[in-house]
Design a protein around this ligand. Structure first.
Ligand SMILES: *[C@@H]1O[C@H](CO)[C@@H](O)[C@H](O)[C@H]1NC(C)=O
Ligand SMILES: *[C@@H]1O[C@H](CO)[C@@H](O)[C@H](O)[C@H]1NC(C)=O
Length: 565
């Protein structure tokens, strides 16, 4: 403990600037032009830091095809007359023209060690025809620079690179082919619509600690494999096995998520400073691979060998990565159903980090860098609110157009810090207008879930931080529970939705050894409207369309019990 404090202090200093600009790419082969960036969906802006090995002028921009024509450019430098920086556009292979509307804000510009370092910001969207919109698609970045501050023809000091700025993932060329294979081996997929297969396994022994830096899905049947999770087991799970999940076997207690993949996702590479720890002291640890097979046509005789490949390295990275599942988790006795004919039904799950402090105290700052949002077929939106001292300060994840077929781990535009005492709320919006019966919270694809898996560092020994509404609360008695006989009216749906949100939340955190910490009196705070950042001039005050409504009902958090599960 004593040695932890200076360590955390160092982390704070080292991490301070990187948090707002977590991404980095060299735009050229020779590593003379380096771009760092980060963005904030809430503020609607993107910040760049361009570092170029020259003391002359520097240009950077966005191009439709990699050439100059039609591109949106900034140029700047530090000359004898001081700092210069402006927004330009190019109409051809000629000197760019200065924009009438200057859409970029210079934050800093300096020279040191023969490098020019320019930090500037713009809005992600722009209403200037002379600027390019930045989207979550790959975009061609261009750069050029000169040896002096006279902006002149760049000759060969130019180039282009395609980068997805808003959905970025590191791409290392695999230098070693060392991977751990977490796959099933020709298992028979039963003819039921939903099947969860569990393989509890031990990896080949790695005597020292290693870091997993890339997770690759190996999918044999894309039409059936719906999601895969790899969990670490507590030390009391010692025997491997291969059988259906959630039938009361000991491996059901393996709940610490190590790697995750959802339908539509691809390879996930971790940021350069972080890895998932494996081996060393952990070498006796068992892992559970869970594969959810979705077999709507109830086909028979299909065998499958899907799973995950975990590429690892002995070169340890700065941080150990953890994954924290938050949100609403189903329990069989929960009696929580989503009514049919509801176009926008909201459910909530909350996590008050105070409950985690029962196991990990003090709770280090958790740096969240990516998120995987998960619902089933009726899910239309998922939002993850981040609260401090009772106020929402940010979103940890946001998908206003949730698509069940595309569940990817999304890197956040800036690293978000969860502090001890912060609260997290996951809101899911479902559309059940085309359903006639209730939708249960459960495991099947036709049931629902509402989860956000937060990828963060440094890893703590916590497997879950989830909640569900206390459906046995007296307030709930007027509502239907397990089924509806008649189609509910809009008013009934709204009332039921309101009650589920108002009754106390039973919150739970589970640690690595399956110990449970629980509070019965959590509550759901209001979540701000998703900011709609429309085209605007780049002025620092760009917090738009956010409204704060504070829930008047304040329940006192009460620690009720800590017990073994
Ligand atoms: C660029 O400049 C930095 C700082 O002077 C230096 O450390 C680095 O080696 C240079 N890069 C190249 C590729 O010359
Ligand atoms: C809900 O789903 C129905 C049927 O698929 C669709 O027509 C309707 O527009 C959806 N409503 C919302 C609010 O998403």
């Amino acid at each position: 403990m004593r040695s932890l404090i200076p360590f955390l202090y160092l982390l704070l200093i080292a991490g301070a600037s990187d948090h707002t600009m977590p991404f980095m790419e060299y735009l050229d082969q020779n590593h003379l032009v380096c771009l760092k960036w980060g963005f904030d969906n809430l503020e609607g802006n993107i910040t760049f830091k361009l570092i170029v090995n020259t003391t002359g002028w520097v240009g950077f921009g966005f191009s439709p095809n990699g050439g100059m024509a039609g591109s949106d450019i900034v140029m700047g430098g530090l000359g004898t007359g001081g700092t210069y920086f402006a927004d330009y556009h190019a109409t051809g292979n000629s000197m760019p023209l200065m924009d009438q509307q200057q859409s970029y804000t210079l934050l800093s510009l300096n020279e040191s060690d023969g490098q020019t370092i320019i930090t500037f910001q713009r809005t992600i969207q722009s209403c200037d025809d002379q600027d390019v919109h930045i989207t979550a698609q790959p975009i061609k970045l261009i750069y050029a620079y000169g040896p002096t501050d006279d902006i002149a023809y760049h000759q060969a000091r130019r180039g282009t690179k395609e980068v997805n700025l808003l959905n970025y993932m590191t791409r290392t060329t695999l230098t070693s082919v060392s991977y751990l294979s977490a796959t099933v081996d020709s298992i028979t997929v039963p003819s039921s619509q939903t099947y969860y297969h569990c393989k509890v396994m031990k990896f080949p022994t790695l005597n020292t600690k290693h870091h997993i830096y890339l997770v690759e899905p190996v999918i044999e049947h894309h039409d059936m494999v719906h999601h895969m999770l790899l969990y670490r087991c507590p030390s009391f799970v010692t025997e491997p096995y291969d059988k259906p999940c959630y039938r009361g076997d000991i491996g059901d207690a393996c709940f610490r998520v190590v790697a995750a993949w959802g339908v539509g996702g691809g390879v996930f590479e971790l940021p350069e400073n972080a890895g998932i720890p494996v081996g060393g002291e952990d070498s006796d640890t068992l892992y559970r691979l869970e594969i959810h097979y979705n077999n709507p046509n109830r086909e028979t005789g299909r065998t499958d060998s899907s799973g995950l490949r975990l590429y690892y390295t002995a070169q340890l990275r700065q941080h150990d990565v953890g994954i924290l599942p938050t949100g609403l988790l189903h329990f069989d006795k929960m009696q929580y159903n989503i009514p049919p004919k509801a176009p926008r039904f909201h459910t909530y799950g909350v996590c008050n980090t105070t409950i985690i402090s029962q196991f990990v105290n003090p709770l280090p700052d958790l740096q969240v860098f990516a998120v995987l949002l998960h619902t089933h077929l009726a899910g239309r939106k998922v939002r993850v609110g981040h609260y401090r001292s009772g106020k929402q300060i940010d979103f940890l994840g946001l998908d206003e157009n949730y698509d069940f077929e595309i569940q990817q781990i999304i890197n956040l535009g800036n690293i978000k810090t969860i502090q001890q005492g912060d609260e997290i709320a996951v809101e899911c919006t479902y559309n059940t207008t085309n359903r006639v019966g209730v939708t249960k919270m459960g495991l099947a694809t036709t049931d629902e879930m509402c989860l956000a898996f937060l990828l963060y560092y440094p890893a703590i020994e916590i497997s879950l931080c989830i909640s569900h509404p206390n459906t046995t609360h007296p307030l709930m008695s007027r509502s239907y529970r397990t089924s509806v006989v008649t189609i509910p009216s809009d008013l009934e749906i709204a009332e039921y939705e309101g009650l589920l949100k108002a009754v106390p939340q039973i919150q739970m955190a589970v640690n690595d050894q399956s110990q449970l910490s629980s509070y019965k009196n959590g509550f759901v705070r209001e979540m701000m409207k998703t900011p709609t950042v429309t085209c605007q001039n780049n002025k620092a005050s760009s917090r738009l369309g956010t409204s704060w409504i504070v829930n008047p009902a304040r329940f006192t958090l009460l620690l009720l019990w800590i017990a073994k599960m």
